[in-house]
Design a protein around this ligand. Structure first.
Ligand SMILES: [Zn+2]
Length: 167
């Protein structure tokens, strides 16, 4: 019965033994089981005291400051501006035609639906061209746009190359 009382007061026995009643403390001297339990808890507590959170590396503060400054400086106006900057100045140059094509596709899709609305409102009859033909036509258009974009991109690169030579 007193063993249970000891277990209920283990925390107090660890942190503030004086607050625990004398009979409980006397029991610890006689009962090996309770004494053992208190000792293992004490060992755990002392291990916890020895444990320290790992210190950050000495470069952590300066690295963080640099990153923060970069983020502050690189705050473009909006999503489109960010996309444009990404396409024009992005490090992944090989993705530039793809990104430009994706932008062009967005414009084509947007313009296409607009044109559809215009024609259907004028004629009043649904378009007779099948969906497949329309798809093929749009693919053809897109291919042309891709080619144009690619040639633009190549011109751009040769221009910058020649200007580099001039320098
Ligand atoms: Zn006991």
């Amino acid at each position: 019965m007193i063993c249970r009382k000891v277990k209920a007061n283990l925390a107090d026995l660890l942190l503030d033994p004086e607050s625990v009643s004398v009979d409980v403390r006397d029991h610890l001297k006689e009962c090996a089981a309770c004494h053992q339990e208190l000792q293992s808890l004490q060992a755990t507590m002392s291990l916890m005291d020895e444990w320290h959170a790992p210190e950050p590396s000495s470069y952590f503060d300066s690295k963080l400051a640099v990153r923060l400054r970069e983020e502050q400086r690189a705050e473009p106006a909006g999503v489109l501006e960010r996309m444009r900057a990404r396409i024009l100045f992005g490090s992944n140059v090989h993705l530039r035609p793809i990104a430009a094509g994706a932008l062009a596709l967005l414009i084509i899709i947007g313009g296409g639906t607009y044109a559809d609305l215009m024609t259907s409102s004028h004629s009043g009859t649904p378009a007779k061209i099948s969906a497949t033909v329309q798809d093929l036509q749009s693919i053809d258009d897109n291919a042309q746009v891709f080619q144009q974009l690619n040639s633009l991109d190549q011109d751009d690169q040769s221009d910058s190359g020649s200007s580099a030579n001039n320098l």
